[in-house]
Design a binder for this molecule. Sequence first.
Ligand SMILES: NC(=O)c1ccc[n+]([C@@H]2O[C@H](COP(=O)([O-])OP(=O)(O)OC[C@H]3O[C@@H](n4cnc5c(N)ncnc54)[C@H](O)[C@@H]3O)[C@@H](O)[C@H]2O)c1
Length: 432
Amino acid sequence: MVCIDEKIRSRSAKVGVVGLGYVGLPLAVAFSEAGFRVFGLDVQQKRVDLVNQGKSYIADVSKARLSSALANNLLEATTDQSRLGEIDAICVCVPTPLTKTKDPELSYVISESEVVSRYLQKGQLVVLESTTYPGTTREVMLPILERSGLKAGQDFYLAFSPEMIDPGNKKYTIKNTPKIVGGINHESTKLAELLYQQVADIVIPVSCPEVAELTKVFQNVFRIVNIALVNELAHLCEKMGLSVWEVIDAASTKPFGYMPFYPGPGIGGHCIPLDPYYLANKAREYDFHTRFIELAADINEQMPYYVVSRITDAINSKGKSLHGVKVLVLGVAYKRDVEDVRESPSLKLIKLLSEKGANVSYNDPYVASVRISENNLKSVRLTDEQLTSADCVVIATDHSCYDYRRIAQKADLVFDTRGATRKLRNKNIVRL
Ligand SMILES: NC(=O)c1ccc[n+]([C@@H]2O[C@H](COP(=O)([O-])OP(=O)(O)OC[C@H]3O[C@@H](n4cnc5c(N)ncnc54)[C@H](O)[C@@H]3O)[C@@H](O)[C@H]2O)c1
């Protein structure tokens, strides 16, 4: 029998990617581009159909790349999880959200582990990629997989390898972003390392899955803490009558020991607002309170409220009150140049402004409609009429396709939460 490592080296190994979302679909396409036969598994029939029709719903995967993978017969999407039995290496990229009380919601990982366990074969490699707290692979996944009767590290191999992709980032992709792998034993680490070497230029083995799990969460904690720090600075700068943007730009001239982070209306996406809670929650098992995480989350969660109070002040300064005025929000995606609205602070802003009686509409070239508090809102066209008729235009997401000069010229009042207009000198611009 040919072993999995030989199959990976000869690229005859079949790779399964479970969960065809922002993480899974780019990974599935990357493996097929490396010459592997890839099965993409998802529970959503619609996503599976779209993939098989060559229609990409993830901006980082172009139609051309998807079509080429299909044409080369190297990619097939399916909802049939029994196909897992035919696969050599299984990468699990299912969601890891939070419950309403901000506790880890591992039900997707657990239910998929149960499915994998049902079809697990001797010699298979299973890798969890979903972001989670240290211990998930060994404490949660491993015992479920061993219900198959197979022994981890001996009959099958198990590792954690966090996905590092940054949706919308054109410079750093799966290929040139170092990939961390940590297996439950030496053989598992080696196999996972070999697997990812086929799609990533640099693969970094670490001693165990827990290190790999904590590495990923720590990277996101680093971001949440630094974003909170600069959000706090924005508050202080407002009180001091200084521009936080000018301070950041000046600080960024230092070529060492400093890395710029920017303030904004809050944090969004499926990672930064959620992952740190996974660590905070796990830390409690060790009678440990992650104070930086709690403080950062608190500051960042207050940002939409702070922005609404600043918008209210700006509108007041024009002799109007928020109640009844027309507010046009630009950008509902959680960050620049993506279509993802998960946890987007823009949604919170629209909700809070509407609750205070403002008549709110939005434009986002990437997001045709959104649902906010039972209401469906559709993106309006960014016409001169929309800009001139709004009492306040709020730049909530700084998409690069926006013409900020035109926006500032046409609008009566612009509230810029992202510093997108910081090179402009118009008097009608108020910045965070
Ligand atoms: N989005 C990012 O930028 C990013 C970056 C790094 C890491 N991550 C992590 O990667 C994981 C996945 O995130 P995502 O953004 O790709 O999520 P997503 O919601 O875009 O995709 C997840 C997919 O998994 C599918 N799914 C759910 N349960 C399944 C099951 N049992 N079997 C098969 N498919 C199933 C869903 O239908 C969905 O298509 C999360 O843990 C996230 O924290 C995300």
